[in-house]
Ligand binder design. Structure first.
Ligand code: GRF
Length: 195
């Protein structure tokens, strides 16, 4: 199945998806990277791996509906069946939500509904949470409000700094996001891969 990754920054989850594909743990092809930040590291990662990109600047379009229409054209051209958001720092609008209803997922670094929105890890750390985690969820019009698919907890230990906690959280994302994408693909294709 062809999937699209949407990202705005570093793209470590993008790299984790690629690695899972290369090692045979994810039976998908990244048909397109959509990125709204031309200078983002993730664009370099995609180019280095010969993955097609659609890179845009939102302010060059009249409004969200206009650039999302352009994105949909790209998704259709590349025969994308599942949209995987990984650090894409924009809300998805009704245009794209309608076109890919039930086929857009996101990962968020908190146990939603706690700490929705930006700087989730920093805020959870500052609040002294003993248990944080990640949520993979379907995307709706809200900010991190869509139906949860899976959550994984990460414990904060005595000596944890924000950096060490963050690193463990990202590792957790990199392990589980490709696994959940694989499960969704199997569900969508109506197959269960032999373990
Ligand atoms: C991840 O922590 C993800 O949960 C959040 O944005 C971050 C993206 O990191 N939505 P990266 O660009 O994949 O490294």
């Amino acid at each position: 199945m062809k999937i699209a990754l949407f990202a705005s920054g570093n793209g470590s989850n993008f790299a984790a998806m690629l690695a899972a594909i290369e090692t045979g743990h994810l039976s998908a092809e990244i048909g397109l990277l959509v990125c709204d930040q031309p200078e983002a590291v993730v664009v370099e990662r995609a180019k280095a791996n010969n993955i097609e990109t659609f890179v845009f600047k939102a302010r060059q379009y009249k409004d969200k509906a206009t650039f999302e229409t352009k994105i949909i054209e790209q998704l259709q051209q590349h025969e994308i069946e599942l949209v995987v958001l990984a650090g894409y720092m924009r809300l998805i609008g009704p245009t794209l939500l309608t076109a890919y209803e039930g086929k857009i997922i996101n990962i968020h670094p908190s146990l939603l509904p706690a700490y929705a929105g930006k700087d989730a890890i920093e805020r959870a750390y500052a609040a002294g949470e003993k248990e944080i985690g990640i949520t993979i969820h379907y995307v709706d019009a809200g900010m991190d409000t869509g139906e949860p698919i899976a959550q994984f907890k990460v414990a904060r230990t005595e000596g944890d700094t924000l950096e060490s906690l963050e690193a463990r959280l990202h590792q957790t994302e990199h392990v589980y996001y490709p696994q959940i994408v694989q499960q969704l693909i199997e569900k969508m294709e109506g197959t269960v891969k032999d373990k």
